[in-house]
Write a protein that binds this ligand. Structure first.
Ligand code: NAD
Length: 491
């Protein structure tokens, strides 16, 4: 049967489904970027809250800013905004849960004023974001807003018909101010350190350029809570859809995730918030140690396995962990390079956290594809991996495990294939620059490291340049990366 509101009572008994009255929900949350992660995380927590307490003002209206979001909008609309969350446990058990917290969706490129009006609506109290790292228009070297992007230029010139996120936020906040409405909270759920502070900085930079009076109002009125978010959510595969159909339920775009989930949020909101703490999220005054721990262990761990594993020919994260060499290498990187430059985290046993992480990565039912892990590496590595290297260099710590990852990334960008010559599916906004710099390796060993937008001043460290060159030589002499990993573990 097709998944929709009227069929909810006909779903297989094992399916958890919304029992709350969805017709009474108001969209207190407008969410930009309805990808897999929003649907497995914020929408899941909110669904759980709606199911267990009277919180009907906290329904979610999804927004897609890009043409590529048309499909999710069409699917959700056809299913009355319902979808199945397929929670895959490591022991093979599968929980199917229909999520009901999303109640509407607007595609911005079809109707930009509908989006601005929705965000400026009195009911809207939070605008949350999962727009990927690239959506923030940060220049990683200057650490400032990147005004050069054509969409940014467009939005500065066209304040009432924007294209990018900060254009929309500015337009909606202007409308609220002019109408005497309180500001909404802007809540980033992207994997970025101090995601709230970053969003604030980027929004204010953009708003200042467009309308400095408005920027002052935003500065005073809008809160941007920092948050640490976690739940591994791989891309849905056709097999996931087929397997679900075998249970009798036709869902055109379910979401797959692991059972683990974590959301640590700073408790600073402009205009009220859902009581997500009732359903397992944690409100704290400072999220810094939690997010640093997660970004430098989980996200960096993903990049370590993703880049090394891609060259080796592994396909998925669990496939890497099933290979003892990769599991050992990852643990070494975590213990010897990542942990010594992490501050202690209150209430967290780091050893236990790392062991749980390796178990989560090894979940054979969560086939997290390495191509997804490696996408937009140029936006990820500057926060996930480079700070660990920089801080170890300052303290005289080890950098060899991370250096091989950078060398592997150079090889991957140069050749575009694994060690056996099989083409890799590389998606990166900087793909051409990465490739150009990496192909320069033949004439200048440090050519790839000269990408200052990514590596900053790393090249000026003689220690790092030497370690990187050593790994690069080894890899270009013998692309069997497993051999080089073994050498590092044994030396
Ligand atoms: P996805 O590809 O399923 O969805 C990405 C969403 O971001 C889409 O809605 C897309 O339209 C939107 N988007 C991309 N670039 C944009 C831009 N420039 N402006 C506006 N919107 C843009 O990806 P996902 O798995 O949902 O991941 C999204 C983000 O969530 C990640 O980048 C990460 O920061 C965070 N996250 C993901 C996971 C995970 O396991 N998937 C875990 C933790 C955090």
């Amino acid at each position: 049967i097709a998944l929709n509101q009227s069929n909810l009572s006909h779903l297989p008994e094992s399916f958890v489904r919304p029992t709350y009255d969805r017709s009474k929900l108001k969209a207190g949350i407008v969410h930009i970027g309805v990808g897999g992660f929003h649907r497995s995380h914020e929408a899941y927590y909110t669904d759980e809250l709606l199911a267990t307490s009277n919180s009907s003002e906290w329904g979610i209206c999804g927004i897609g800013l890009r043409e590529a979001d048309r499909k999710i909008g069409d699917v959700l609309k056809q299913q009355d905004y319902l979808y199945t969350l397929i929670i895959k446990h490591p022991d093979g058990q599968i929980e199917n849960r229909v999520i009901g917290s999303i109640i509407d969706f607007i595609l911005a490129c079809d109707d930009s004023s509908a989006v601005i009006n929705k965000m400026a609506n009195k009911q809207t109290k939070i605008v949350s974001l999962t727009i990927t790292e690239g959506g923030y228009h940060l220049n990683p070297v200057t650490n400032e807003f990147d005004f050069d992007h054509p969409d940014v230029q467009h939005d500065l010139a066209n304040p009432t018909s924007p294209k990018m996120v900060f254009g929309y936020l500015t337009a909606a906040l202007r409308k609220r101010r002019d109408e005497g409405l309180p500001a909404f909270t802007v809540q980033s759920c992207d994997n970025i350190q101090h995601n709230g502070d970053m969003t604030r900085k980027m929004l204010l930079a953009f708003a200042h350029k467009q309308d400095s009076e408005l920027a002052k109002w935003i500065e005073q009125e809008v809160r941007f809570p920092n948050a640490m978010v976690d739940r591994i959510t791989p891309v849905t595969t056709p097999a996931d859809i087929t397997t679900l159909r075998e249970t009798g339920v036709d869902d055109a775009w379910p979401v797959v995730c692991e059972p683990f989930h974590q959301w640590v949020i700073e408790d600073t909101f402009s205009n009220g918030r859902p009581e997500w703490e009732k359903v397992g999220s944690q409100f704290v005054s400072d999220v810094t140690p939690y997010e640093t721990m997660k970004i430098r262990l989980l996200n960096a761990g993903h990049s370590v396995l993703g880049l090394l594993g891609s060259i080796h020919g592994h396909q998925t994260i669990d496939g890497c962990i099933a290979d003892p060499l990769f599991a050992t290498y990852l643990r070494r990187f975590m213990d010897i390079e990542a942990t010594p430059v992490l501050a202690p985290v209150e209430g967290i046993d780091l050893d236990g956290y790392k062991s749980t992480l390796i178990k989560r990565f090894g979940n054979p039912n969560v086939k997290d594809n390495l191509a997804r892990i490696c996408l937009e590496s140029s936006a990820k590595l500057p926060t996930f991996l480079i700070p660990t290297i920089t801080e170890n260099l300052k303290k005289g710590g080890s950098v060899k495990y991370a250096a091989l990852v950078i060398a592997a990334w150079g090889y991957y960008s140069d050749k575009g294939t694994d060690k056996n010559g099989v083409a890799l599916d590389i998606v990166d906004a900087m793909k051409a620059e990465l490739h150009d710099a990496a192909t320069g390796t033949a004439n200048d060993k440090l050519s790839f490291l000269k990408l200052e937008d990514i590596f900053g001043k790393l090249i000026n460290s003689e220690t790092f340049a030497n370690e990187y060159s050593r790994q690069l030589d080894a890899l270009y002499t013998n692309p069997d990366i497993a051999h080089q990993m073994q050498v590092l573990i044994e030396e």
